[in-house]
Design a protein around this ligand. Structure first.
Ligand code: NAP
Length: 522
């Protein structure tokens, strides 16, 4: 059993009652009363808050009572004698757990007082150790020390992950230990340790009530645990997916893929994976994942800045590379394919070009064959332009690339056998299809457009890869000129549909994906 616990970090009894009601209504499976947050703390106030919590939450919700030492992250610096008095009181009142700092427990006098309170009650001891600066020097040693000191206690080891790769030793510990244990990593890079605690059998993971009321950096909200990350259905068989990016906070992919996994009844969860440190950070992350098949990672979306390095990694490992992904020089999808033997094989794909081509073909009412000899103007020569130019030239279109930096356009044109020009050559624009692959028009600069409106004509189709907003100024101008318009959400949804199929071999519902994207953008 892994409890999803919500810390109650209130300044007074009324605020505590309000937090307990919200946590219970949100489905918290355990509450942690952080007595060190209460102002003017006395044993009587702590007892009042404990009893009101028991009455509000009911017996089925176990309580951890914590009165954290300020040197170990406590909110207010209360004297040790008061902290021990409160923990003893909590055990007497039937609290399921008390949480004590391991560093204090190692002192004989402290330990004797705690052990004497435990001897008269049913509650269990959690022995906590923290490192707020970074990962523990030797997490296994520290766990061993706690178990040696008190075999009946639940060891709780919490450190800061400065990089996502710091989480893997925490996973190893949870994977290897037999008894109850709590192991979590703080910070944004540690988010996956909180979400995956249940899959790995940790006794407790902690959720915040909302973005503002967390008690540790990187805590995930109760709503996100339950809704986005499928906490209730997670088990040891849950398959893992995620988007590898830096930064990753803005990504819409967790919302759409998790909604589709739930819709299809697949036991899986899709995580935001903040992989910092460029190529080295990515290679380290993928090495960590591949050497731990028991984690259950099955596939990744890959985005800025890792698309090129992802391809290199797969090449180095001798995995499968989709031919057009190799030609583009970038992979936006990695799949860990299960083999009949115990070995796993990596596959690298690019679903950006196919997503764009399908969106355009749908929008123009043509098949892929319809691109043959079609005159197309592509504005931009960055990563997305490269994928779309590869797809269009592969389908036989006659592409002209326009870009602010002409050398970049020349390079792209040379790579795919098309022609190019600077943005000042727009006046000669003569295309049946115009594709914007620049970020011009993207939120917040929504009143900008890459193409003068007088160049847009009826009979032309205009595709804008920008998806926030869905209707850019370019598309508004195109519509006014009587041109067909195709928005960037269509491409985003198509590339995600193709990824979902590569990950699960199932077809997700495009209408659901589009709805989730629009809701998320709102
Ligand atoms: P990128 O590699 O950074 O390339 C950006 C391109 O935009 C370059 O060609 C750049 O020209 C041009 N550009 C940027 N600001 C400009 C300005 N003020 N004036 C003229 N040109 C400008 O970015 P990317 O990865 O290709 O992404 C481009 C856009 O695609 C993103 O902004 C995003 O909206 C969209 N996108 C859509 C999807 C989807 O699924 N719909 C997916 C990913 C991205 P220079 O070469 O001169 O710098």
């Amino acid at each position: 059993m892994t409890y999803l616990a919500v810390p109650i970090s209130a300044k007074n009894a009324a605020q505590a009652a309000e937090q307990v009601r919200r946590a219970a209504a949100g489905g918290a499976e355990m509450l942690e009363l952080r007595m060190d947050y209460l102002e003017g703390l006395t044993a009587d106030l702590a007892k009042q808050v404990l009893r009101q919590t028991q009455a509000l939450a009911g017996e089925a919700v176990p309580l951890i009572v914590t009165c954290r030492d300020a040197r170990e992250g406590g909110a207010i610096d209360y004297p040790e004698s008061l902290r021990i008095e409160i923990l003893a009181m909590a055990l007497g009142e039937g609290a399921g757990f008390i949480d004590v700092e391991f560093v204090n427990f190692q002192r004989l006098a402290f330990r004797q007082r705690i052990e004497s309170a435990l001897a008269q009650a049913k509650g269990r001891l959690i022995l906590s150790t923290h490192d707020f600066a970074g990962p523990f020097d030797d997490i296994k040693r520290r766990h061993h020390d706690i178990v040696q000191a008190c075999p009946a206690a639940v060891p709780k080891l919490v450190c800061t992950a400065n990089h996502i790769n710091d989480c893997f030793v925490a996973f190893d510990l949870l994977h290897e230990v037999d008894g109850d244990c709590i192991v979590l990593c703080m910070g944004q890079a540690g988010l996956i340790s909180r979400v995956l605690a249940k899959e790995l059998g940790g006794l407790v993971t902690f959720a915040s009530l909302d973005e503002a009321s967390g008690t540790a950096p990187g805590q995930v909200t109760l709503d996100a645990f339950k809704g986005l990350y499928h906490h209730d259905s997670m088990d040891r068989e849950t398959e893992l997916f995620g988007v590898i990016a830096d930064p990753v906070g803005h990504s819409l992919s967790p919302a759409i893929h998790n909604a589709c996994l739930a819709d299809k009844g697949i036991n899986g969860v899709y995580l935001p994976l903040l992989v910092q440190g460029g190529r080295e950070g990515l290679f380290g992350f993928l090495d960590n994942v591949l050497s731990r098949p028991w984690l259950g990672f099955r596939g990744f979306s890959v985005t800025i800045p890792h698309k090129h390095s992802a391809l290199d990694y797969v090449r180095q490992k001798g995995g499968f590379i989709e031919p057009l992904a190799a030609q583009i020089g970038a992979a936006n999808t990695l799949v860990i394919e299960r083999q009949a033997t115990s070995d796993e094989r990596l596959g690298a794909y690019n679903t950006d070009y196919a997503g764009a081509l399908d969106a355009i073909a749908d929008g123009m009412g043509i098949s892929r064959e319809g691109f043959r000899c079609m005159p197309v103007a592509v504005v931009g020569a960055g990563g997305v332009a490269r994928a779309i130019v590869a797809g269009l030239t592969d389908a036989g279109a006659k592409v002209t690339i326009y870009n602010r930096t002409v050398e970049r356009a020349e390079q792209l044109a040379a790579d795919f056998g098309c022609v190019c020009a600077g943005l000042d050559a727009f006046s000669h624009l003569d295309a049946r299809l115009l594709v914007n692959c620049t970020s011009i028009g993207m939120h917040p600069k929504v009143d900008t457009t890459p193409v003068p409106p007088e160049l847009l004509k009826s009979g032309m189709a205009v595709f804008d890869t920008v998806y926030n907003p869905a209707e850019t100024l370019l598309l508004k101008h195109a519509k006014a000129a009587g041109a067909r318009t195709i928005d960037g959400i269509a491409m985003f949804v198509n590339q995600a549909l193709a990824q979902f199929h590569l990950f699960t071999t199932q077809s997700a519902d495009p209408a659901l994906m589009r709805r989730v994207v629009l809701d998320s953008l709102r």
